[in-house]
Design a protein around this ligand. Structure first.
Ligand code: KG4
Ligand code: ZN
Length: 357
């Protein structure tokens, strides 16, 4: 059993998982405190407020996770913690808590890369891949969040991921804004609170996605990279124009639907290009943007139309957004490989804002 700790941004989370056979991980407990409401008045995450709040809640989350899992701290095999990348002050709270606990309990400490955690979320308990008791590889994995838009071609089961797995499997990424960032920044221009993705999704339900022509950057088939920074400029200009005409309010559903379509179009076209290029039959989509209803419905439909067998896989929402269960899972896989720090080594472990992966 592994305790996982995640504090890289605005979710303070702890979880106990049990590593089972066949690359699956059973979530015994997951306690998460989301700081979204605390940051909302500022229109985005304020790093200093995030770290202070993690400090106030981290012990509660750890206690809760242990209690819900009915596990005594001494029964833990090891402690896994996100130490990279993220807001450095926020990361430090989790890293310090993990170090203190590991030291006091004399348990090994497993530093985890946040994105490796997202990748591991595919193997968490509720996965239909588990129900089928098969993992169909190679798999295209799309991590689409507020901070990342990365495509990976996963060729190995997690127990066999090489140390530079993220670097080796990366096949496409955003060159500027992440998809979630594009949702949030355009939502801000349109006057919605942070985080805006869910608002655009909601208001777009009654809009026409073809109402406004918005740019789709890097649409050529020669790259699997994305670019979303031009979209917010186009939306800002269009918003000013509609405001001037006094019709912004009435056009809002159409504008939201068109913004969403531009982002979803870019995501889907590169995902399909990757599936073709790497001859994959399986797709997993993780990260906060995996909640987007248009992305889900279009992917499911177009996947079927393309004659691909195994439906796209979206983990349960609590495992898509930042959470400690995925960190504990990634930690469990690394622990099996012997990648962990012993008591004498881990005191020098640091939090890293932008590691080279
Ligand atoms: O993975 P996540 O919880 O946090 C990180 O960024 O790591 O992702 C948050 C992002 C935000 O940008 C948010 O606007 C976006 O996910 N998001 C959505 C939806 N729900 C959350 N974007 C579009 N449609 C949604 N329904
Ligand atoms: Zn994340």
């Amino acid at each position: 059993m592994i305790l996982g700790i995640e504090t890289s941004c605005d979710e303070c989370s702890a979880s106990v998982v049990k590593h089972e056979a066949n690359s699956t991980v059973q979530v015994m407990s997951l306690a998460t405190f989301s700081q979204i409401q605390i940051h909302q008045p500022y229109g985005g995450v304020v790093p200093e407020i995030a770290s202070r709040n993690h400090l106030e809640t981290i012990n509660q989350m750890i206690d809760q996770a242990l209690e819900d899992a009915h596990v005594h701290p001494h029964e833990l095999e090891a402690i896994a913690v996100t130490n990279r990348p993220g807001l450095v002050g926020a990361l430090l709270v989790g890293v310090s808590a993990a170090k203190a606990l590991s030291y006091a309990l004399d348990k090994p400490l497993i530093p985890v890369h946040h994105l490796e955690g997202h990748a591991a979320s595919v193997y968490l308990e509720e996965s239909p891949l588990k129900v089928r008791e098969e993992i169909f590889l190679p798999m295209i994995l799309a991590i689409i969040s507020g901070g990342h838009t990365n495509l990976y071609c996963v060729t190995h089961l997690p127990e066999f991921w090489p140390k530079d797995f993220l670097k080796k499997s990366l096949i496409g990424r955003s060159r500027d804004d992440a998809a979630g960032e594009a949702f949030d920044k355009t939502a801000k221009i349109l006057g919605f609170p942070y985080p805006g993705g869910v608002w655009i999704d909601r208001i777009a339900q009654t809009g026409n996605p073809k109402a406004f022509a918005l740019p789709r950057a890097l649409s050529q088939k020669t790259t699997l990279d994305f670019s979303f920074s031009g979209l917010k400029t186009a939306v800002a200009l269009l918003t000013e124009k509609l405001k001037g005409q006094g019709i912004l309010e009435s056009e809002l559903p159409h504008l939201c639907a068109s913004v969403q379509e531009a982002i979803v179009d870019a995501l889907i076209s590169k995902i399909f290009l990757a599936v073709q290029e790497y001859r994959c039959q399986t797709l997993a989509v993780v990260g906060g943007v995996a909640a987007n209803s248009r992305l889900r419905s279009r992917l499911n439909l177009e996947w079927k139309t393309a004659g691909l067998v195994h439906s796209p896989y979206f983990p349960k929402m609590a495992y898509c957004t930042d959470n400690a269960a995925m960190i504990a899972a990634a930690g469990a896989f690394r622990f099996r490989q012997g990648h962990f720090l012993k008591r004498d080594d881990f005191l020098t472990l640091n939090a890293i804002a932008n590691p080279e992966v």
